[in-house]
Write a protein that binds this ligand. Structure first.
Ligand code: ZN
Ligand code: ZN
Length: 251
């Protein structure tokens, strides 16, 4: 069976003409998940529906977004059962813990890697209900991206004349291209995407440069051009996300 492709949202993301279509998709999935966890969906108040968030928890960034969302009682319910699960795990680990021997030489790293508690904490740190939902869909979006690239001339055109993507998502696209595209199509694809990325990094550099110039008294009456929001866009291009987004609240 052919796997489902997300051609409509992928095209929407491309048409948004943002700094990165994958960031656009990531944000939309993230907002859906914030609504799911804390929105008006009352069924989430039932413990049975929280099995996944109890087990997966949230990363630091998404705890912050859940906190900002503003549903205190919903956060309370989410935390109550998640804490029950975390405490059970912690109690088990700490009761089974036997301290090791101090290493003779500079083997600090090896000891750290063998520490059951730090391994558990690290695993918990990398576990997030919202990040996991995005990652589950991300591969399908990647497939959709290359499906459209290969089959839709308009999409290809938009890509080659567009703003490219953020560096983290660009890295993923390069990886996926190697695994997805037929070898004969690769040179053309990389040529296109490399040009788009280099051109757009240069565009942002110009926006940032002009933003600085605008603070000079000499240029105070000159137009801002595209520089007014150069800071958040330049940050997004390097690391992804939307640094200047307002806090996401229930719709
Ligand atoms: Zn991105
Ligand atoms: Zn997360």
């Amino acid at each position: 069976m052919k796997e489902k492709l997300y051609t409509i949202p992928m095209n929407d993301a491309m048409n948004a003409d943002d700094e990165c279509p994958f960031c656009y998709i990531e944000r939309s999935i993230e907002q859906d998940q914030l609504d799911y966890v804390l929105g008006s969906c009352a069924s989430y108040m039932e413990a049975d529906n929280r099995e996944l968030t109890d087990a997966e928890g949230f990363c630091r960034m998404h705890f912050k977004k859940l906190c900002d969302y503003g549903n205190t009682l919903g956060n309370g319910w989410m935390l109550k059962t998640h804490y029950m699960k975390m405490r059970k795990e912690l109690e088990k680990l700490t009761s089974n813990y036997a301290p090791g021997k101090k290493p003779m030489f500079g083997k600090k790293k090896a000891v750290e890697a063998n520490n059951a508690i730090s391994a558990w904490v690290e695993e918990r740190n990398n576990s997030c209900f919202i990040c996991n939902r995005f990652h589950e869909m991300y591969d399908r979006y990647m497939d959709t991206f290359f499906y459209l690239y290969e089959n839709d001339e308009k999409f290809r055109d938009k890509l080659s004349h567009g703003k490219g993507m953020c560096l983290p998502h660009f890295g993923d696209v390069c990886n996926a291209a190697e695994n997805t595209l037929p070898d004969k199509e690769k040179p053309e694809f990389f040529k296109t995407i490399f040009k788009v990325m280099n051109d757009n990094m240069a565009r942002i550099q110009e926006d940032v440069n002009w933003l600085i110039e605008k603070f000079d008294y000499l240029h105070k009456d000159d137009p801002w051009k595209n520089s007014k929001d150069a800071v958040p866009r330049a940050m997004q291009k390097l690391k992804g996300g939307y640094p200047s987004d307002p806090v996401y609240k229930p719709r």
